[in-house]
Design a protein around this ligand. Structure first.
Ligand code: P1T
Length: 381
C-alpha cells in the first residue's frame, strides 16, 4: 500500500544503517571512497558524484513530490542554473514576470550571456503567454505563488498550452513546499525548490533540488550536477533530511498562523492591502483553493504612506526578524525593493508593483498571538 505524505517524509530514502543499525542516516563526511580494485567499489567513488547522505535526501525529496528522481544542488539558484543548462544553447525560455530577484538576475544577467534568451511574461494571462512562443522556445518557467507579489499561475492550464507547443514546464515550488502543492501531478516536467526554505525549515542551510519523474531529464541533470559540481555537502544533506521529517506539521502551523495574521493585517487601519492567497480578496483565491491544499505562511502587504512608515515598522519588529529568506520556524520580515529584489531594475519593480511600501513576511510557527502583538506594536504610529 502506498504510504501517506507524513510517513514518507520520515522514512523515504532512510533505512536503518547496515553497520550498527543507526536509525538516522549518518553524515558520510568523506570526499572519497576506498576501492578494492580499480573501478571496484560499493556504489560510491567520489562525493561530488554521489554521497550516501545525499542519496538518502534525494530519494526522500523525490518521494515527497511523488517522483522518482531528486537531484540536489548547493543552492536553489544552483538548481535553477542546472535546469537552464539542461535546456541547452539557443533555448528561449518564457518566465513568469514576478519571480525571486535572484532567479531573474540569473536569467537576465548570467544566462542571457550564455546563449539563452528570456521573456518575462505575466503567466496569469494565458493568451499573452502563447503570443510569446517562438520556434526556439524550449520551456516555461513558473513560480507560483510568486515572490514577492503572491500571484498564482494556473499550472494545469499552462501545462495544457505548453504541451501543445512541445515545451517543457518547470515549476519553482518553494513557497508551497510539496505538502501544499504538487506541480508534477498537473503535468509539469520538473519541480525546483530552494531547500533553504520550508524543506530545511530551520534557516541553517542553503541548498536546492530539481525533481522529475522523467528518466531522460534526470540523467541530464545528474550529469550536470556531477560535471559542474555545485553539490551540497553531507552535513547540509543531513540537516535537510532532518527538516523534512517535520515538514507536514510545520506547514500546518505556518498555514494556520498565516491565515490568522493575514486576516488581522487586512483589518488594520495602517495597512493599505494584504496579498495572501487565503484571503477572499485575493484575485486568484478560487485557483488557490483548487491548486493548493493550503495557503501557507507567505504574504505581502502594503503599508499606507510608503517607504518611511514601512522602514519604521521593519525596525520596530522584535519577534519578526528583519532578514532575507523565508520558510523557517522563525518569523521573518523584509522589504523586497531594498532587500530580496534589489537586483531587479527599478523600472521593472515599478511595473510589477514591488513598491516602497511593500513588505513581505514569512510567518513562522511561534504562538500566533505573540506574532500579532509584535506587528501591532510595530504598526503603531
Ligand atoms: O537562496 P537559494 O537557496 O539559492 O534559493 C533561491 C530561490 C529560488 N526560488 C525562490 C522562490 C526563492 O525564494 C529563492 C530564494 N529566496 C530568498 C532568499 C528570499 O528571501 O526570497
Amino acid at each position: 500500500m502506498s504510504q501517506r505524505f507524513e510517513t514518507r517524509a520520515i522514512h523515504a530514502g532512510q533505512e536503518p544503517e547496515p553497520a550498527y543499525g543507526a536509525v538516522c542516516t549518518p553524515v558520510y563526511m568523506t570526499s572519497t571512497f576506498a576501492q578494492s580494485a580499480p573501478g571496484v567499489h560499493k556504489g560510491y567513488d567520489y562525493s561530488r558524484a554521489d554521497n550516501p547522505t545525499r542519496t538518502a535526501l534525494e530519494q526522500n525529496l523525490a518521494s515527497l513530490e511523488n517522483a522518482r528522481h531528486g537531484i540536489c544542488f548547493a543552492s536553489g539558484c544552483a538548481a535553477t542554473a542546472a535546469v537552464i543548462h539542461w535546456l541547452g544553447q539557443g533555448a528561449h525560455i518564457i518566465s513568469m514576470d514576478d519571480v525571486y530577484g535572484g532567479t531573474r538576475r540569473l536569467f537576465s544577467q548570467v544566462f542571457s550571456k550564455a546563449a539563452r534568451t528570456f521573456d518575462f511574461v505575466d503567466l496569469t494571462d494565458l493568451d499573452a503567454f502563447e503570443q510569446h512562443i517562438k520556434p526556439e522556445t524550449a520551456a516555461v518557467w513558473i513560480e507560483t505563488p510568486t515572490n514577492p507579489l503572491m500571484k498564482l499561475v494556473d499550472i494545469e492550464a499552462v501545462v495544457e498550452r505548453a504541451k501543445r507547443h512541445g515545451l517543457k514546464v518547470i515549476v519553482d515550488n518553494t513557497f508551497m513546499s510539496p505538502y501544499f502543492q504538487q506541480p508534477l501531478s498537473f503535468g509539469a516536467d520538473v519541480v525546483v525548490h530552494s531547500c533553504t526554505k520550508y524543506l530545511g525549515g530551520h534557516s541553517d542551510v542553503v541548498m536546492g533540488v530539481a525533481i522529475t519523474d522523467d528518466d531522460g531529464i534526470a540523467e541530464h541533470l545528474h550529469f550536470i550536477q556531477k560535471s559542474v559540481g555545485a553539490t551540497p555537502g553531507p552535513m547540509d544533506c543531513f540537516l535537510v533530511l532532518r527538516g523534512t521529517k517535520t515538514l507536514a506539521v510545520r506547514m500546518k502551523q505556518h498555514d494556520e498562523n498565516g491565515r490568522r495574521i493575514a486576516a488581522w493585517l487586512d483589518a488594520h487601519p495602517a495597512v493599505e492591502r494584504v496579498i495572501y492567497p487565503g484571503l477572499e480578496s485575493h484575485p486568484q483565491h478560487e485557483l488557490a483553493k483548487r491548486q493548493m491544499n493550503g495557503f501557507g505562511g507567505m504574504m505581502s502587504f502594503v503599508v499606507k504612506g510608503g517607504l518611511e512608515p514601512a522602514t519604521r515598522l521593519l525596525k520596530r519588529c522584535k519577534i519578526f526578524t528583519l532578514a532575507e529568506s523565508l520558510g523557517g520556524v522563525e518569523s521573518l520580515i523584509e522589504h523586497p525593493a531594498i532587500m530580496t529584489h534589489a537586483s531587479v531594475p527599478p523600472e521593472i519593480r515599478q511595473e510589477l508593483g514591488i513598491d516602497d511600501g511593500l513588505i513581505r513576511i514569512s510567518t513562522g510557527i511561534e504562538h500566533v498571538d505573540d506574532l500579532i502583538a509584535d506587528l501591532a506594536f510595530a504598526l503603531e504610529s
